[in-house]
Design a protein around this ligand. Sequence first.
Ligand code: HEM
Length: 489
Amino acid sequence: MFIFVLLLGGLALWQAGTAIYHLWFSPLAKFPGPKLAASTLLYEFYYEVICSGQYTRRIEKMHEQYGPIVRISPYEVHIKDADFCVEAFSPVKKLDKYGWWYRVFGGPGATVSTEHHDVHRSRRATFKNLLSPVAVRGFVPTILEKVKQAGLIMSHHAQMGRPINMSNLYRCIAADTVSAYALPASLNLLDSEDLGEEFQSGLRLFFEAATTMRFLGFLQPLMMMMPDIIFKRLLSDPAKSLIKLIRTIQRPSDMEKSRSCLIECIKTNKYREQGDFRERLLQEAEQFIVAGTETTGYALSVTTFYILQNADIQKKLRQELVDAQISLNEDDLDITVLQNLPYLSAIITEGLRFAHGVGSRLPRVNKTGDVQYRQWRIPAGVPVSMTSRLHHEDPQLFPEPLTFRPDRWLQPDSKQLRKYLSPFGLGSRICPGMHLAFSEIYIAIAYIFTHFNVENNGTTKEDLISVHDLGAPFPKRDSKGLQVTLQLR
Ligand code: HEM
C-alpha cells in the first residue's frame, strides 16, 4: 500500500513538474490555446481515447475561441488556414511525419508510418509505378469484375425485396479490389455471408486500438510478447484470413512464384533496404488493405447517400450516364470517358469533400528550419498539423458547406476551389492510392446508377456522418450503415 501511495505521489509530482515546464518554459509557452491542453497529453487522451476520436471536433472549437493557430498539446500546434497549409505542406518541402502520431499505423517498415523524409522518399518510390494512372488503367477490368459481383448481390436483394447495407457492400468492393491489386489473391469479402460485417468491426477495432496505443505505447512490447494461442483467440475470422493471406506471401517459395505486384516492387526496388524483407512486405501489405478499404468504402457510402437525398441530382446523373452511352463491359470500358463526365465528376468531388479522407489531423515536422505563420515563429522540430475536414467545412471557402452541391464544382472559378480540397492529403505524403480509389468510385457509382433504381431505406445523416475521427472517419457505433432498397432497371 505504502509503495502504491509513493508511486502515485511520484507520478503526481512528475506531472506537476512537466506541466510547469510546458506552461512557462517551453518554446511554445506563448502560443494561444487551452492551458490544460498545453500542460499535459492527458487532455488529448481524454478526447481521443475516452471519448473515442473526438479531438478533431475539440480542435475545431479551439480555433473558434483562439484563432487560426492553436497549441493543441504540450508539443504540437495546429493551424486552420487553408492557404497557409497548401503552401506549408507543399511537395517541395522536406517534412518529416510526427513519429509519435504515426507509429501506431502499419509498423516501422510501412511507408505510411515512416517518419523521416528521405527514408520515406525511397520507400515511396517502391510503388510509384505500381499505383500510377497507367498501371491502374490496366486494372480496370478487375475493378469492374468486383463491382459486377456486388451487382449480383444487389440484384438478389432486389428480387427478394430485401434492403441491403451499401456501406458494407462498398467496403467489400474496396477491400477485395485493393487486395487483388497488391497481394497474390483477393480477400474475397464479397463472398462472405455477412458481407464483410465482421471485417468492418475488426477494422474499427484496429483504428480504436491504434488511437489508444499512441498514448500507451509502453504496452506495445507486452502485446508483442503475447503467446500466439491467446492472440489468435482475440482475432475475428476475417482478421485471421487477412493474416493468412499476407503470410502466404511471406514464404520464400511463394514469393518466387507469386504474381503479387507489391512483392515484385519491393524485391526489385533499387532503393532496397537492409533488413528483413518479409517483415517489411507484411507491413506494406497491411498498410495497403487498411488505407484502401475504409477510406474508399466511406467515400462511396457518403456520395451515394447524398445522391439519394436529392431527386434532382439523381435525375441529372442518370441523364448524363444515359446520354454518354458508357459501355460497362470489362473488355472495352474506357475509364477516361467516365472520368470526363462533368456531372458525375462534380458529384464525386463533392462526395470526397463530405467524406474528408482521413478525418483526423495530419501532423508534419520541419527539422531544417523554423516555420513562420503570421507573427508566430514555430521552432524547427515542432509538429505542425492541419485537418482537411476543417477546410472542407469552412463556409468562407465553401459557402453552405453542409449542403451537398455538385454544382459548386461546375462554376468558372471552380479550379481555384480545388486547391482547398484535400481528401487525399497534401505534399509528398499525399495518398498514392488515389488513382485506384478514383477508378473504384467512378465505376461503382456509374454501374449502380445505370443498373438499379435505388431508394434510401430510412438512413439518416446521423448514420453516416463521422463522429469518431480515428485516423479514418467512423459514424456512431450503433449506425446501421447506408440501408437502401433496390429495383433492377
Ligand atoms: C477515397 C479513398 C482514399 C482516401 C480518401 C485516402 C486518403 C489518404 C490520405 C489523406 C493519406 C495521407 C495520410 C497522411 O498524410 O498521413 C493517404 C495515404 C496513403 N494511402 Fe490513401 N486514401 C484512399 C485510398 C487509398 C487506396 C485505394 C490505397 C491503396 C492502393 C491507399 C494507400 C495509401 C498509402 C499507401 C498511403 C501512405 C502514403 C505515404 O505515406 O506516402 N489509399 N491516403
